[in-house]
Design a protein around this ligand. Structure first.
Ligand SMILES: NC(=O)C1=CN([C@@H]2O[C@H](COP(=O)(O)OP(=O)(O)OC[C@H]3O[C@@H](n4cnc5c(N)ncnc54)[C@H](OP(=O)(O)O)[C@@H]3O)[C@@H](O)[C@H]2O)C=CC1
Ligand SMILES: CCCCCCC/C=C/C=O
Length: 353
């Protein structure tokens, strides 16, 4: 997929490698938001399009996506920031296949933010290089997960929003996912007790394997309130909330006095056509004197290198374990996205082109 020759021939070649005189047209595939999602996304909301890329100008690069990320934020962001016909928002690990920019060598891997597309042209300004000390043996797809945006979300959310301290108890939901699995492991590194909730027994087993002190399947417990209380009878100092909705309404009552809640995500509400109604948070907030703060990871863009280096070190040392749910094939991006929203992923959901 991706390269199409003029005339009858079909080439899987780099444009620059052709003999002089033979001009190749690069054709990218891209997934378009055909129709705004109404409720849970449907296959018919997406459309696969071909886009012919122009020849490179001086200073430009041609890149091919190698791994693409599917993330929950794409669901609410599409409604807020996209119009029908736009290419689906998203990030990729991409390889430079042609360069007319001396600052970027062919073969270099970067993180791009150009949405669901197989190829794109860049002047390099919008690209993020992988850390220079990235080990050859470490999958580059982790730059979309544990050593990328989701890992940074866990890192800054715990340190700066939850302000976790050794000896405290941390609760995290969607705990076996990209953000949650890092939250739990960082909290353990920080000397905390960690309780995680996830939506299947396999996920719960995984959480225990990677060091969570307590974990349970929120779908099968008789009472969420009782399960939270059993996992930490004294309550919770920090709650890293990836889910919102009913889960958060129950969990807030289990917070300790002066507890901190990092409102990271609200995936249980992203597909709602009609907003969910309370219970409301004010009474427990007042009597427990809680702090509850929403955040977006880009707040700490100026500390990105610090976060990535910390995460990379822990991964290399084996202190933070990573799992990826890899879907093969660019044509399967909508399926991977919808599967992640349904909870089919263990760890970070990525697509391998
Ligand atoms: N504020 C920020 O800057 C950022 C926020 N986020 C947010 O963090 C959260 C986790 O993201 P990420 O780690 O990438 O995704 P995950 O890898 O955790 O995948 C999403 C998971 O959410 C869970 N889930 C889906 N629907 C529901 C539901 N109705 N109730 C409870 N759980 C549900 C599923 O796990 P399960 O089987 O356990 O239900 C699913 O696997 C999201 O809310 C996302 O929007 C992410 C990045 C940055
Ligand atoms: C184009 C990359 C944008 C990443 C921002 C992620 C913020 C997530 C918010 C909620 O899920």
């Amino acid at each position: 997929m991706g390269f199409r020759g003029f005339g009858s021939a079909c080439f899987q070649l780099q444009r620059g490698s052709l003999s002089p005189g033979i001009q190749m047209m690069v054709v990218a595939s891209a997934w378009i938001l055909k129709k705004h999602f109404d409720g849970f996304p449907k296959t018919s909301d997406f459309e696969l399009k071909k886009i012919e890329l122009p020849d490179l100008k001086d200073g430009e690069l041609l890149l091919e996506s190698v791994f693409l990320s599917v993330d929950p934020y794409m669901r609410p962001y599409s409604r807020r920031y996209m119009k029908e016909g736009d290419i689906m928002i998203g990030t990729q690990v991409a390889r430079i296949v042609e360069s007319k920019n001396p600052a970027f060598a062919v073969g270099t891997f970067v993180v791009g933010h150009t949405g669901w597309r197989t190829h794109f042209i860049s002047d390099g300004k919008d690209l993020q290089l992988l850390p220079s000390n990235w080990p050859e043996s470490l999958p580059k797809s982790l730059a979309l997960g544990t050593v990328g945006m989701p890992g940074l979300t866990a890192y800054f959310g715990l340190l700066e929003v939850c302000k976790m301290k050794p000896g405290e108890t941390v609760l995290v939901n969607a705990a076996a996912g990209a953000v949650g699995s890092v939250v739990g492991q960082l909290a353990k590194i920080g000397g905390c007790k960690v309780v995680g909730c996830a939506g299947s027994d396999d996920k719960v087993a995984y959480l225990k394997k990677i060091g969570f002190d307590e974990a349970f399947n929120y779908r099968t417990v008789k009472s969420l309130d009782e399960a939270l209380s059993k996992a930490s009878p004294d309550g919770y100092d920090c709650f890293f909330d990836n889910v919102g909705g009913e889960f958060a309404s129950v969990a807030i009552n289990q917070m300790k006095k002066y507890g901190r809640i990092a409102v990271c995500g609200a995936i249980s509400q992203y597909n709602d056509s009609v907003p969910q109604k309370g219970p409301y948070v004010q009474i427990p907030m007042i009597f427990k004197e809680l702090q509850m703060e929403g955040f977006i990871v880009s707040r700490w863009s100026n500390r990105r290198e610090e976060g990535l280096q910390a995460l990379l070190k822990w991964v290399v040392e084996g202190k933070v374990k990573c799992h990826e749910q890899v879907t093969e094939g660019f044509e399967n991006m909508p399926m991977a996205f919808m599967g992640m929203l349904k909870g089919e992923n263990l760890g970070k959901a990525v697509v391998k082109v």
